[in-house]
Design a protein around this ligand. Sequence first.
Ligand SMILES: [Fe+2]
Length: 233
Amino acid sequence: MKTKILMTRREALVLSAGAAAAVSASAQPAPFTLPKLPYAADALEPYIDARTMEIHHGKHHQAYVDNLNKALSGQTRIAGWSLDELLRRLGEVPESIRTAVRNHGGGHANHSLFWQLLAPPRQSGPAGALQKAIDAAFGSRSALEEKLKAAGMQVFGSGWAWLSLDAQNRLTVHGLPNQDSPLMENRRPLLGIDVWEHAYYLKYQNRRADYLDAVLRLINWDFVSDRFERLRA
Ligand SMILES: [Fe+2]
């Protein structure tokens, strides 16, 4: 096992700056491109192995991007829509490509967020307004983590466990199938955990619970806290 060094505050801020750039990229229209990982493929070892990261990012995420661009090709009416807009206004997307946009647009958006949500383990947790909101909604950070784990375990087949803000700015934990995004049901995704088998099978096989425990140790709470401030504004 490799020795891991806890991330400094400065390194965390560099990651957060990269995350902000990636978030703003979701406001750009097609053609979409694969965002770079904000860390090396082996940075999350031993919790997530490098091979899984390489395939997950370089193959699965790339395929969502490619298939989304293919679906949108020649669709002039919605050519200027951002990724977020495509998902929020899915019902207005031409019916002939709606399922493709749902699956591949959702896949691109969800994974673009997921990479930013992870970081090598560190000591920090939810901060500022997010910490207060978590305590008010769930009682504690550990109670939230239990709920996220339960939501991830309850997804049958492929999907995601989410912490979202609803229309009333309330924090909610919920699961969604496939690559559906909280944006499709008028929620703003704050934190999502991929529970597709492609996210963990090489290392964890059928042990989704162990994978969820590992991912919860990798959450970049500085990023989530900053995101909460932006999204609730
Ligand atoms: Fe995935």
